[in-house]
Structure formats: C-alpha cells, structure tokens
Design a protein around this ligand. Sequence first.
Ligand code: NAP
Ligand code: L37
Length: 294
Amino acid sequence: MTAKIIDGKAIAATIRGEIKAEVEKMQAQYGVVPGLATVLVGDRKDSQTYVRMKKKACAEVGIQSFGYDLPGDISQEELQKIVAEINARPEVHGILVQLPLPAHIDEEAILSTISLEKDVDGFHPLNIGRLSMKRRDPLFVPCTPRGCIELLDRTGVEIEGKRAVILGRSNIVGLPVSMLLLHRNATITICHSRTRNLPDVVREADILVAAVGRPQMVRGDWVKPGAVVIDVGVNAVDDPTKKKGYRLVGDVHFDEVKEVASAITPVPGGVGPMTIAMLLQNTLESAKRTVGMA
Ligand code: NAP
Ligand code: L37
C-alpha cells in the first residue's frame, strides 16, 4: 500500500483563504484589522526564518504585523517591559514570542507577562493549564498541535477511540498535542527518551505523531499497516547536492513509512505551513473577540 500524502501546504493555503475573507469582513463591518506582534530575540537563523514567514503570511491575509527584533543580550527586565508595552497596544490582538529564548532569560516569566487575551501561541501557563484540564476551554490552543488536529480533521481521519502514540513530550508540541488527542477521545501513549522498546510501542499506533527532532528516526517496520502518520519534525541534514548545502527531513523515514501507512504528512509541506496558518487563525479569533464578532 502506498499512503495518501496529506498536503499541509495546500490545506494551509485553503485556511489562509478562509482567514482572508474573514479579515475583509471584519474590516468592512468594524473598521478593524487583526494585528500580530512578533517578538524575536537574538539571531538564531531558524527563528529568523520562521518569523519572516509568519510576517509574510500575515501580509497575505491582511493581518497587520508589528515586528520587534531585539538583541540576544537583552535583560529579563527590559524584555518584560517591552512585552508589557505591547500588551497595552490596542491595535495588537496577538503576541508571538518566538521560542527558544536565550538561556539567560526566564521563559516562563516572559510568557506569563503576555496578556491572556493576546496569547495567540497558547503558551501562557494558564492557557496550558486549561488545555490540560477537562472542560476548561483555553482562550488559545498552541499553533503546531492545533495544526496537527486540523490536518487529521480535514483529511477525514476519525480520532475517537483510536490508539494515538505521541513521540515527544515537549511543552510546545508533544504535551499539548497529546492533550488535544485525549480530549478528542483517543487513547494516548506518550513516548520520550526513556521509553523502552520504542518500536514496539510505536507499532500500536493507529495515529502516530512524531515530534522528537531526530532525523528519520521512525522506520517503516515501526509502523502498523494502515496507520496515519503526522510528522512534526523539521531537521536540516547535510546535502551537498542542494544549493543551500542541506535539506529538510522529518522525524519519520518518509520513503519507508509511506509504503506502510494509510496517510502521511511530508516534510517540508506538512505540519510546518499549518503552524503558521493556525497562528493567523488564533490572531483572527482574538481580534473577533475584541470587536464582538466571535
Ligand atoms: P524538544 O523540545 O527537543 O523535545 C523532543 C522530545 O523528544 C523530548 O520529549 C525528548 O524526550 C524526545 N526524544 C528525543 N530523542 C528521543 C529518542 N531518541 N527517543 C524517544 N524520544 C526522544 O523538541 P520540540 O520542540 O518538541 O520539537 C520536535 C521536532 O519538531 C523538532 O524537529 C522541531 O524542529 C520540530 N518542530 C516543528 C514545528 C512545525 O511547525 N512543524 C514546530 C515546532 C517544532 P525527553 O523529554 O525525555 O528529553
Ligand atoms: N508558534 N511556533 C510558534 N511559536 C514558537 O515559539 N518556536 C515556535 C514555533 N515554531 C515554529 O514556528 N516552527 C515552524 C517550523 C516549520 C515551519 C514553520 C514554523 C515551516 O513552515 N516549515 C516549512 C519549511 C520551511 C523552510 O523551508 O525552511 C515546511 O514546509 O515544513
């Protein structure tokens, strides 16, 4: 069997189209356009790329973006002060602090400073807490996890009652995506670096979400025939045949696993574009709440 390729790039483009129409409606009815502030600290190349892509996507759908590019040696106090200033700007409906922050910064303190109503990344400790509890709706769901669920929904994959195995337990992907799958009534198993017999555990999955940051770790014989595979990993591996000298691969060995799975996301072109589409969606929803359109 050769798997259906879940085209995240195309699905994300459809979602951006839906968002653009909503933004135009808001502007016509309320004279307001959604605004997103992006906070980038330091000069990590990957973060710079992602923030640039996020700003470009904002422009495409008519969301205003406000870029804050800050030096890597900024102090905790200064960064907190800037976030507080952004909180107070009425034209900003969402604040994205691109992670990871430099090691000397207390990440939780920064994320806690973001106003709950503007926490479009969903990383405020209170939003994470609500996400983890039954029937306590968070104001925002983190973008990458929400993108994974959206891909499953828009592909017509049933979640309820399925065995979902999540590889990774990070705050930004593994843990929140596990909570979302649990709320959708999957039976979940969360794996990490101390999990024993990993291939055997992975083989139980009807739905596999891989978010470990290990290039092509999941092999074809780890996957149950017919499973649905969502590959969150974005890893650069050396490739002298490419102009840039590298190429991007997922945490899943795509060529092997596509012969076993029933559906699989590619890297690039899978979860990545959805992460950005969900950020736009969260920003739109925040602006809708502000004007009373939600
Ligand atoms: P992370 O914070 O480094 O977490 C990795 C997780 O994987 C940890 O829970 C770790 O276990 C586990 N792990 C690492 N090696 C393992 C192994 N050999 N066996 C089993 N588990 C292992 O990474 P992250 O931020 O979640 O990101 C994961 C991947 O997703 C990266 O490739 C990243 O670039 C990508 N990503 C993509 C998007 C997107 O939009 N597509 C967004 C965010 C991240 P321990 O907890 O035991 O250490
Ligand atoms: N919301 N996302 C949010 N907040 C953060 O703090 N770190 C972080 C975060 N992560 C993030 O933005 N990741 C991410 C990863 C991949 C893409 C976008 C965002 C993406 O679009 N990837 C493309 C390939 C991009 C490239 O060519 O470099 C893809 O198709 O996978």
